[in-house]
Design a protein around this ligand. Sequence first.
Ligand code: ATP
Ligand code: MG
Length: 559
Amino acid sequence: MAEMTESKNFIHAFIDEDIAEGGRYEGQTVHTRFPPEPNGYLHIGHCKALIIDFGTAEKYNGMCNLRMDDTNPTKEDVEFVEAIKEDIHWLGFDWGDRFFYGSDYFEKDYEYAVELIKKGLAYVCELTPEQAKEYRGDLNTPATSPWRDRPIEESLDLFARMRAGEFEDNKYTLRAKIDLASGNFNMRDPVIYRIRHMHHHRQGDKWCIYPMYDFAHPIQDALEGITHSLCSLEFENHRPLYNWVVENVSVPHTPRQIEFARLGIDHTVLSKRKLRALVENGYVSGWDDPRMPTLCGLRRRGYTPAAIRNFCDRVGVAKSPNTIEYGFLEHCLREDLNETAQRVMAVLKPVKLTITNYPEGQSEAMVVENNPNRPEDGTREVTFSRNLWIEADDFLAVPVPKYKRLYPDGPECRLKGAYLIKCTGCVTDADGNVVEVLATYDPASRGGDPADGRKVKGATIHWVDAQTAVDAEVRQYSNLFDDPDPDAAGKDFLACLNPNSLEVLTGCKVEASLACAQAGSSYQFMRLGYFCPDSKDSAPGHLVFNRSVNLKDSFKSSK
Ligand code: ATP
Ligand code: MG
């Protein structure tokens, strides 16, 4: 994948140039900010921005502010502010004491707007929203603006009365006086303030006029001494306006905006609006449903900060939009868990196995390694006895070609870490369903290897002792969307949902060491995948595991 090998970071190249030139950043350390709008939970796309913002600050020994972008009064929700902080800390980033709210600058925004009016660079307009559209012009026709030449005194008076609450919503706007003929429509005298008689989650009813993002954001950046304002590509066309604001109001600093491509991942949507729709319409159990691409969903699914950060690092920082395979995210998780997760045995679709020549009432402890990649994690004991659970599909009454597992008079198979066995038959119920598999074991093969060095032709299968096994529920997930690109513009993403993205298995049997498994730990269930206890629903006595990722790697680095 080209974008993964050429992960040269053009943002750092720009910053290096700025530092070399001195000029407007003379004496300043590199200072970035992450400005989430608190109208939803962070998703993995935000992670990319976080890594760019905090990572750039780290690289240059600088600082990164966390600023809630709450200028828009319509959507904010306090619940999200705390969740956003928690997720950022979980990823391992810290803003120190530099936590801000965009709305804390409303008074300053107002003063700068007045400054623009006084300079003849802003005016109160009274076009209705419909008229404003009509007067906007098109690529060949400049916009028209009948209130452009309103005297400064009159605009100052009206703007003050707008703030005082004298007018209803949309009666007036404040517009920057820039260029009605600009090829960039954002520069055609953009609205910078509008009237909204709405309650603000922090400011209460103090304000009934609210600044537009394009006006407020550069001011916030400049007031906080941000040197580099890193944002996604949709703001590229807004950069001239950003620069115009910074140049025309008397802010203390001149931040530079640099845009990067948004992260896209196939088979999912990365837009808070769409994620919110999934939650509100009950398609998922919440923002932290383990199928969600939110950080809280990924965390509940068993993703680690290391896996997510590694994924973002390897995707790199690009200037052109890129959609990454979901399989690559899974690949990064698998790599991490392969190093860190403890190996255990669990049987998800159990059938009973009886070792007919093993004495009844006897049992023994087999010593198995916890993680071959981490010898320091040591070993543990698993109980072996005459009655075990194995996966139902590790037995076939009538084998299919090339089947190397258990079938009557089939090959010798290895019970992982225990003994070699040979299947001798099975017991079926009245309907012909297999209810018990029968086998004999070789007592001389303790540990799983033949004493005489003979070749074992069958497969190695996992098992759990029936007497000591613990019951569990296991939730297996697959793509939330069947369609590879549900996020495409104009697509009905809800129609792309995979109706089978969640499979719940009950009556699974896990080894006794998992009886007290705690959320936050990860396990490799041998031959099955990586699993973690569900942070909401799992408890001793009622174990619930989420499949984080299966073992098979569908991602090919050569693609
Ligand atoms: P959404 O469409 O999901 O609501 P947003 O851009 O409105 O996204 P914000 O809370 O405003 O969400 O985002 C905070 C920061 O994260 C912004 O700087 C934004 O550019 C960045 N960001 C959001 N989504 C992505 C993404 N998919 N890839 C990279 N950066 C992103
Ligand atoms: Mg936004």
